[in-house]
Write a protein that binds this ligand. Structure first.
Ligand SMILES: *Cc1c(COP(=O)(O)O)cnc(C)c1O
Length: 221
């Protein structure tokens, strides 16, 4: 199947309330353009240099999402155009994104990454860290970011029960935060980014609003 037909297939497959982020990392701009021609406008990248290169090479109406590990000194390179950053895992990054977005006179949407997988080396806040963070007064006073939800990655395993348990945990945390005093009137804490090629069906069953799908669309990396 071509990249274009895969996009078309996914558009039929995914429920209307679930946004498809086509993860194009390590694939050339030509492949991204093929997906673009099939109507896809939302793409995810995991390295800043690759992202800025593709942003230059491709149509300007693409909505770019950043999904990879992020160093604060790289934020400024994508601040002029990035739509959503999924991988925020520290207060320091929040401050830096806010500062760089202010310089560009923009508002950047961010998701807080939660460590749900039991695997070592995964990034993200623990559930208690994120609740502590969001309970701080000043976190809601940053005027150039919008905290739109949570992101998480399940353990890389064939064990569906385990994946489902991890997604369920993230989903419950999302609901809890969404209905908390600090956010329930905000109206923008709406996104739960979970699910990739191997586990997006389970993620949707557990309440995902955004799936990040790469290898199904573009092939192996
Ligand atoms: C690479 C990547 C994806 C896409 O994974 P596939 O299994 O290729 O669909 C999704 N999310 C993150 C954070 C990634 O780094």
């Amino acid at each position: 199947m071509s990249i274009g037909s895969k996009i078309e297939w996914l558009k039929k497959e995914l429920p209307a309330h679930v946004k498809l982020v086509a993860v194009s990392k390590f694939h050339p701009p030509e492949d991204v353009f093929e997906a673009y021609q099939a109507g896809q406008r939302v793409f995810g990248e995991s390295r800043v240099q690759e992202l800025t290169g593709k942003h230059k090479a491709l149509p300007s109406d693409i909505e770019w999402h950043f999904i990879g590990p992020l160093q604060s000194n790289k934020v400024k390179d994508m601040a002029p155009f990035i739509h959503t950053i999924h991988s925020i895992d520290s207060l320091r990054l929040i401050e830096e994104v806010n500062k760089q977005a202010a310089r560009q006179n923009r508002i950047i949407r961010v998701l807080l990454e939660i460590r749900i997988a039991a695997e070592e080396g995964k990034h993200g806040f623990t559930p208690s860290e994120v609740k502590e963070l969001l309970a701080k007064e000043n976190i809601h006073s940053f005027s150039h970011i919008r905290i739109c939800g949570l992101m998480g990655m399940a353990t890389f395993t064939d064990d569906e029960t385990r994946i489902r348990t991890e997604f369920h945990l993230l989903s419950s945390l999302f609901q809890e935060i969404k209905s908390s005093a600090a956010l329930k009137d905000a109206g923008y804490f709406n996104e739960l980014s979970m699910g990739m090629t191997g586990d997006y069906k389970l993620a949707i069953q557990e309440g995902s609003t955004m799936v990040r799908i790469g290898s199904y669309i573009f092939g192996d990396r």
